[in-house]
Design a protein around this ligand. Structure first.
Ligand code: CP
Ligand code: NVA
Length: 309
């Protein structure tokens, strides 16, 4: 049994398979062709933090695959009344086939998975957001690559990360380490990425820049995220001051490769981490990126339950 708790849980071959399978599943969806390999399977979705994209993509995705979903939150289940996570995992995993969890510490999802009889998917933790990076990479491949050899277009590329050293940044580092591209990271002082969290095999997959403009130089993809992630709301005002120069603007995009794409996992705050002209501009692929959450996660759920087909 496999879980997808962080990006590094899968091998290069598994990602190659998943991206090819995603292309097929997306093509069927666009052609209104039924694809229902998960009839009678149930996904439990546990949300301890808010969500729009993750909720809709997993829920719609599971129904489209022929299965059904159960939606739980901390507020409307015993999870919020301190039932031990181990007990919740034992019980929930006896009743469903697959579990997706959005929570705080990675230790919590690791603990759930250790006591689960069924595969567990990370729908975002403080440390990682692997489903989002899956969608981001698939989006890059669609725009700049070849669906028969999906991983080729990633090799040697530069991804500029401008902003917080957060769950998205950690996951980008894991993806670069495995798939052979480089991340140029620029964060304000005090908000650096802690690369020990990502547990990288090599230190060649990222370079740190004090100046966000320098990080964007020659980049093939420029990406950012909110200044304040969920769970860190108390730091909002301090962060607004610290992150003032870490707004992806047209000057940064002009320094990137002329064919560079812009991505943002969303939700976005125009005028904070990104200028409206960039996120709503010609290089932005944020709507494809959001849609692709649906397609990559359908491939992921199918793979975790049925293996490579
Ligand atoms: N990008 C993302 O995970 O969005 P939601 O918080 O809306 O799920
Ligand atoms: N880094 C953000 C991503 C939201 C999808 C957060 O954790 O809130």
């Amino acid at each position: 049994m496999k879980h997808f708790l962080q990006f590094s849980d899968f091998t290069i071959d598994e990602f190659d398979y998943l991206f090819k399978r995603t292309a097929l599943i997306k093509h069927k969806f666009k052609s209104y062709e039924r694809h229902q390999p998960l009839v009678d399977r149930t996904l439990a979705m546990i949300f301890e933090k808010a969500s729009t994209r993750t909720r809709v993509s997993f829920e719609a995705g599971m129904y489209q695959l022929g299965g059904s979903v159960v939606h739980l939150t901390t507020g409307d289940s015993q999870l919020g009344r301190s039932e031990p996570i181990e007990d919740s995992a034992r019980v929930i995993s006896r009743m469903v086939d697959l579990v997706m969890i959005r929570t705080y510490g990675q230790d919590k999802i690791n603990n759930f998975a250790a006591h689960s009889r069924v595969p567990v998917i990370n729908g975002l933790t403080n440390e990682f957001h692997p489903c989002q990076i899956l969608a981001d990479l698939f989006t890059f491949i669609e725009h700049r690559g070849d669906s028969n050899n999906p991983l080729d277009c990633l090799k040697g590329k530069v991804v500029a990360w401008v902003g917080d050293g957060n769950n998205m940044a950690n996951t980008w580092l894991q993806a670069a380490d495995l798939l052979g591209f480089t991340v140029h990271i620029s964060t304000p002082r005090g908000y650096e990425v802690d690369h020990s969290i990502a547990g990288l095999k090599s230190s060649n997959s990222f370079t740190v820049f004090d100046n966000p403009l320098q990080a964007c130089k020659g980049a093939d993809l420029v990406t950012t995220d909110v200044w304040t992630s969920m769970g860190f709301e108390a730091e909002n005002e301090t962060r607004k001051i610290a992150f003032n120069d870490w707004c992806v603007d047209q000057e940064m995009m002009a320094l990137a490769n002329p064919k560079a794409l812009f991505m943002h996992c969303l939700p976005a705050h125009r005028g904070e981490e990104v200028q409206a002209e960039v996120i709503d501009g010609p290089q932005s692929v944020v709507w494809d990126e959001a849609e692709n959450r649906l397609h990559v996660q359908k491939a992921l759920m199918e793979y975790l339950l049925l293996g490579a087909l």
